[in-house]
Design a protein around this ligand. Structure first.
Ligand SMILES: [Zn+2]
Length: 111
């Protein structure tokens, strides 16, 4: 009986829809044009998720009136669109960087 060969992670990366698109690519830092298939740029994916751990409540929180607290939160969110609310907890960005920019960036991504 033949087993399916394990799927190579490399192929997963290359099949990604970020690269299948035919729109022009440019470096997110220096704006140089990037050509697909030349191996001279990097795809950088950034996923930011708001602290996923369960909230901690203090004694003070528990002594607050929950109804007033809910009203306060609803008031706080009133002017935000659904998109803005989602953006507050989750963002996913895809950047393309040319070789030189990538090599500078990866050494200190939080700069
Ligand atoms: Zn660049």
């Amino acid at each position: 009986m033949m087993e399916n060969p394990p799927k190579a992670p490399y192929n997963d990366i290359m099949n990604d829809s970020d690269l299948r698109d035919d729109s022009p690519l440019f470096c997110a830092r220096c704006r140089v044009d990037l050509a697909r298939g030349t191996g001279n740029f990097y795809v950088v994916r950034i996923e930011a998720i708001a602290d996923p751990s369960p909230p901690r409540f203090s004694e003070e929180d528990l002594n607050r009136d929950p109804r007033a607290e809910i009203e306060r939160l609803i008031e706080q969110m009133r002017d935000l669109s659904e998109r803005e609310l989602v953006d507050q907890v989750y963002r996913r960005l895809v950047l393309h960087l040319c070789g030189p920019c990538y090599r500078q960036w990866i050494e200190d991504p939080v700069k």
